[in-house]
Design a protein around this ligand. Structure first.
Ligand code: ADP
Length: 230
C-alpha cells in the first residue's frame, strides 16, 4: 500500500483519562497522541495495567476522554453522546477479543451473519459477504461447523470474519493472539495483513507477543499512560 493511498481515519490528541477510585483520581492515560490512517496494522504494547485497553475503549467509542480530542473520520467523536457513538460503532468499528466471543450454538456462518444483522446491513448481499469473509480467513470449508468443532485458532478466525463482515473501517483487537500457540498466532497475523491489504480497514491491536510485532506497520509502546519512543 502506497502512503499516498492512505487517508486519515482516527486522530487522538492530548487524550487523558482518569477514573474516580474512592476519594481519589486514578490518572490512567496522561496525554496520548496517535494518528491512524486507512490500511494500517498498528500494535500497542506495554505491561499489564499501562493503559492499553483504556485507550482502545476510547478509540472504539466505548468510553470518552477526561481531556483531549478524538476525531473519527474527521468527526469529533469525543463530543458525541452515547447513542451517536453506538450508531457509529455498530456500522464502522469491529471488535475482536482475546476469548473469541462466538455464540456456541451458532455455526461459523450464522455467527458472521449475526454481525450483519446487528449492523443493519441490507440483506441483499449477506450470503456473498459471509462467504467472502470466511474465505478470507481460510474457513470457507468449515462454515457450517459450530465453535466447539473448531480449534482455538479457527475460532479466532471466525471472530475476525464476524468483526469485518459489516465492512468497518477500524478493527480493534485486544490481545487477539494471547490464547493461541505460535503457529495459530502467525496464521491470525497473516489474515490480519491480508485484510489490511484487501479491505478498506485499519487494525489496531494490543499484544505482549514480541514474535508477531514485525508484521506491524508501527508498534507503540505504552508505559504508565504515555507512549515512549517505539
Ligand atoms: P492494560 O490494558 O494496559 O492492561 P488497562 O487500560 O486495562 O491496562 O488498565 C490501566 C489501569 O486503569 C489499571 O490500573 C486499571 O485498574 C485502571 N482502570 C481501568 N478501567 C478502570 C475503571 N473503569 N475504573 C477504575 N480503574 C480503571
Amino acid at each position: 500500500m502506497e502512503a499516498a493511498d492512505r487517508q486519515s481515519l482516527l486522530s487522538v490528541r492530548g487524550v487523558e483519562r482518569s477514573f474516580d477510585v474512592g476519594n481519589s483520581k486514578l490518572r490512567v492515560l496522561k496525554g496520548i497522541d496517535l494518528e491512524l490512517q486507512t490500511h494500517q496494522l498498528i500494535m500497542l504494547k506495554g505491561r499489564s495495567g499501562s493503559g492499553k485497553t483504556t485507550l482502545m475503549n476510547l478509540m472504539g467509542g466505548l468510553d470518552t476522554p477526561t481531556k483531549g480530542e478524538i476525531h473519527f473520520r474527521g468527526q469529533p467523536f469525543h463530543q458525541w453522546n452515547d447513542d451517536r457513538r453506538t450508531e457509529v460503532r455498530r456500522k464502522d468499528i469491529g471488535f475482536i477479543f482475546q476469548a473469541y466471543a462466538l455464540l456456541p450454538l451458532l455455526s461459523a456462518y450464522e455467527n458472521v451473519e449475526l454481525s450483519l444483522r446487528m449492523a443493519k446491513t441490507p440483506r441483499g448481499d449477506w450470503k456473498k459477504r459471509i462467504t467472502t469473509c470466511l474465505d478470507m480467513v481460510g474457513l470457507a470449508k468449515r462454515m457450517h461447523h459450530r465453535p466447539f468443532e473448531l480449534s482455538g485458532g479457527e475460532q479466532q478466525r471466525v471472530a475476525i470474519a464476524k468483526a469485518i463482515a459489516h465492512r468497518p473501517s477500524l478493527l480493534l483487537a485486544d490481545e487477539p493472539t494471547a490464547e493461541l500457540d505460535s503457529q495459530m498466532a502467525a496464521q491470525v497475523m497473516t489474515v490480519f495483513r491480508e485484510i489490511v491489504r484487501s479491505e478498506n480497514v485499519t487494525i489496531c491491536m494490543t499484544t505482549h507477543d514480541t514474535t508477531i510485532m514485525e508484521v506491524a506497520d508501527h508498534v507503540y509502546e505504552m508505559v504508565d499512560g504515555v507512549f515512549v519512543a517505539g
